[in-house]
Design a protein. Structure first.
Ligand code: SAH
Ligand code: F3S
Length: 468
């Protein structure tokens, strides 16, 4: 590594938690005197934050590392972070000898010390402990999105669902103090963020270590009341711990977004038991009924796995019927993929890939019909969006509703031309596809009227997460 102007490049895969970890890692490195560059060729240190949730993730990491070495040549230090780092550990040094740093997410607090070892000439440095009750908190997070700030409240997961690698890669559950969380949220509001996205692998299992002992619902409410915060989202909730107090908080606080992601995984109680999910189909549907009963019209989304070992045609039919019953605004669906260390890897009755693919397409086709119908019903409604992007080619702004639905819109010719990024606008919906809406911004006077009406509308939400 060169003495002066230490530079790093950081590439991230996986969930929002990984994206946010990378923001914190970048902040930590900058505080250590490193400069972030967006071209790996210009970097002394090339870091790769990895995801291992599905699909031969390890192989992909090794082939990526090989490619880096080929493209970038000698003289650089390579580091692997995140879930594959934790899962593969020091084996990475053997399989990819050009890697000098391997750090799992439970050890990021040690990064300054590990970097110092590297700089001191150590050839191979690893941080792989998951035996910790610490969270990774830093004063120096470099947030990438100027409007929406991620904020972690709980790390790790203790649920040990039979298919899931997260408890082994992210370690045990540990919650941050509500006092520190709310302090950070207030700082974010004064820095100009209007949306906070609360993160945790099992976010609603939050247990406040502060003497205030706030429940998750109380923490949400307190955050929603911070002046300047207009939107609060949270992900991911576990159905088992989803109580009526969370729904009441959403109903009571307009700043709590009209959207809940509640992964079901399967519509069959038999499969849910074998997945160790801790609820039945009926119990899950009770939670959904509770959510649907809120006068806010909460948009619902879920995660579904098809082809779990032993899933029969009848089990799968129950998942399809669950889609029809709940009518989610959107879903994320996956073919089961065996993961290291997880109990389901040793289950008999694997489902052939071709059969899992068939089930996945059937499921997605059914959901597409539901979304097409639901989205078309929104034509003619109005909705407030946070403007997050611009599509020059289509002359459209890209907005997002409280339901997390993407609503692309044009601005009437009479409206003053200006940069609308980060602002809020009221938009009339004029068209719909299964995954997004299009519309036209209301003129200012209409917008005021619409704001005072607070029109109750149901919109779906799509792509929240960066899915690996
Ligand atoms: N609580 C976590 C769940 C992480 S994984 C969160 O924050 O979202 C996200 C989704 O990936 C899970 O809900 C599940 O549907 C899917 N998934 C996890 N492990 C999987 C596996 N082995 N095969 C296929 N899908 C999986
Ligand atoms: Fe994974 Fe289940 Fe936790 S899906 S993240 S073990 S709640």
């Amino acid at each position: 590594m060169s003495e002066q102007g230490k530079t790093f490049f950081l590439e991230t895969f996986g969930c929002q938690m990984n994206v946010h970890d990378s923001e914190k890692v970048a902040g930590t490195l900058v505080a250590q005197g490193y400069v972030q560059v967006d071209d790996p060729r210009a970097a002394d240190l090339v870091l790769y934050n990895t995801c291992s949730i599905r699909d031969k993730a390890e192989q992909k990491v090794f082939s990526r590392l090989g490619q880096y070495r080929k493209d970038l040549g000698e003289g650089k230090m390579f580091g692997v972070l995140g879930c594959v780092a934790q899962q593969e550990g020091e084996r990475i040094f053997e399989k990819a000898p050009h890697v000098g740093l391997v750090v799992g997410s439970a050890s990021y607090r040690r990064l300054p010390e590990l970097l110092a070892q590297l700089e001191g000439g150590s050839r191979r440095v690893a941080g792989l402990d998951t035996d910790t009750d610490e969270t990774f908190e830093t004063e120096v997070t470099r947030r990438d999105n100027p409007f929406r700030a991620y904020l972690t409240i709980i790390e790790g997961c203790d649920q040990k669902c039979a298919f899931c690698v997260v408890p082994y890669t992210r370690g045990p559950e540990r919650s941050r103090s509500s006092k520190l969380i709310l302090e950070e949220a207030r700082q974010l509001a004064s820095a100009g963020y209007t949306e906070i996205q609360i993160l945790g692998q099992i976010v609603n299992h939050y247990i406040d270590p502060d003497p205030a002992r706030l429940t998750f619902a109380e923490l949400l409410s307190a955050m929603a009341e911070i002046p300047g915060i207009r939107r609060v989202r949270f992900t991911t909730s576990h159905p088992r711990y989803f109580g009526p107090d969370i729904v009441d908080a959403i109903t009571a606080h307009p700043a709590l977004c009209n959207q809940v992601h509640l992964p079901v995984q399967s519509g069959s109680t038999r499969t849910l038991e074998r997945m160790f999910r801790g609820y039945t189909r009926e119990e899950y549907l009770e939670k959904i009924a509770m959510l649907r009963a809120s006068p806010r019209g909460i948009a619902l989304s879920t995660d579904i796995i098809v082809g779990f070992p032993g899933e029969t045609e009848a089990d799968f039919a129950e998942t399809i019927s669950l889609l029809d019953t709940v009518e989610y605004e959107s879903i994320f669906s996956f073919k089961y993929s065996p993961r290291p260390n997880t109990p389901a890897r040793d289950y008999a009755e694997a489902i052939a890939d071709v059969e899992s693919s068939r089930r996945l397409s059937l499921l997605q086709e059914r959901q597409r019909e539901i979304q097409t119908r639901k989205n078309r019903a929104l034509i003619g409604s109005v909705s407030e969006v946070l403007v997050e992007g611009r599509n020059e080619k289509l002359n459209q702004w890209i907005g997002r509703t409280t339901e997390n639905r993407v609503l692309n819109f044009t601005v009437p010719a009479a409206a003053p031309p200006r940069n609308r990024l980060g602002t809020y606008a009221w938009v009339a919906v004029t068209g719909a596809t299964p995954n997004s809406l299009v519309g036209e911004m209301l003129p200012a006077s209409d917008a005021e009227e619409a704001a005072s009406l607070a029109v109750p509308i149901k919109l779906a939400w799509s792509e929240l997460r960066v899915v690996s």
